[in-house]
Design a protein around this ligand. Structure first.
Ligand code: NDP
Ligand code: 8X3
Length: 253
């Protein structure tokens, strides 16, 4: 899709990390932006930085009614969403399943699966009617490869991946593209959130290696969106050079 002042890009989780970096990149094309997240101050600061029309939306995407209402009441100039970047999400905890907090599990399911579902369902009828649109979902390598402590987080991202492939299958011929991007380790607020504000623990995740940056993933998001309309990147898996999938583990007694 050619990205221009006639394009509207809706980004969830725009207050931080990939979402904020993607907003900065899309703004260079002059697009109209809808910036959604829960933290209004962050969204307002981002809007002030950007030289394009921005609609700031305080939205907790776990709230099904609020999501439907937010999409249904977008100001006219922002109502025809061309690109939805379904980015908002989180991991909570790294405990083994027998010791994990069920509230954490609920929050990941409610945000990463249900919130992403609600946003997708709200935006699709307009895209299908206009025969124009692109849903870009942010999955994770955690949805593809298992690791200890990845339990429900990885499960939510496996949902994002299969949901994206199913959408792609049923949107065939309707002019709507679907992409899932699956990043590996990236130094954003992700680990700070996962470890509930413990900066020391978050720092150890990226110690002694070079993680991806938010801008690296923003570049991927922007690249898949900017490709000509006849090109659909289905899945894009991206890791830091210093991360790889290590294969099977064996326990010996
Ligand atoms: P950040 O924590 O920096 O950003 C997460 C964003 O999600 C924030 O803008 C936050 O905004 C928003 N968010 C969280 N909960 C909600 C909610 N209930 N309603 C609306 N918005 C919400 O992390 P990243 O940028 O790294 O993460 C973005 C996505 O990428 C996530 O889906 C994550 O799972 C995924 N990912 C991250 C990787 C990494 O290593 N960093 C790797 C692979 C995937 P606010 O708090 O203001 O609501
Ligand atoms: C985030 C990537 O490897 O920390 O989704 O789970 S990882």
């Amino acid at each position: 899709m050619s990205l221009s002042q006639d394009t509207t890009v809706f980004i969830t989780g725009a207050s931080s990390g990939f979402g904020a970096a993607a907003a900065r990149l899309f703004a260079r094309d002059g697009v109209r932006l809808v910036l959604a997240a829960r933290r209004l101050d962050r969204l307002e600061a981002l809007k002030a930085e950007l030289d394009v029309p921005c609609h700031v939306l305080v939205l907790d995407q776990r709230d099904r009614q609020a999501v439907a209402q937010a999409f249904a009441t977008l100001p006219e100039a922002f109502a025809k969403v061309d690109v939805l970047v379904n980015n908002a999400g989180l991991a909570l905890g790294l405990e083994a399943a027998d010791n994990a907090d069920l509230d954490d599990w609920d929050r990941m399911v409610d945000t990463n699966i249900k919130g992403l579902m609600y946003c997708t369902r709200a935006v699709l009828p307009g895209m299908v009617a206009r025969k124009r649109g692109h849903i870009i979902n942010i999955g994770s390598v955690a949805g593809r490869y298992p690791y200890p402590g990845g339990n429900v987080y990885g499960g939510t991202k496996a949902f994002v991946e299969q949901f994206s492939l199913n959408l792609r299958a049923e949107l065939l011929g309707k002019g709507v593209r679907v992409t899932v991007i699956e990043p590996g380790m990236c130094d954003t607020e992700f680990s700070l959130v996962r470890f509930k504000g413990d900066g020391g623990k978050a720092d150890t995740v990226y110690a002694g290696m070079t993680p991806l940056s938010a801008e690296d993933i923003a570049n991927c998001i922007h690249w898949v969106a900017a490709l000509p309309p006849h090109v659909n990147i289905n899945t894009l898996e991206v890791m830091p050079t210093e991360q790889a999938n290590g294969g099977f583990a064996v326990h010996r007694s």
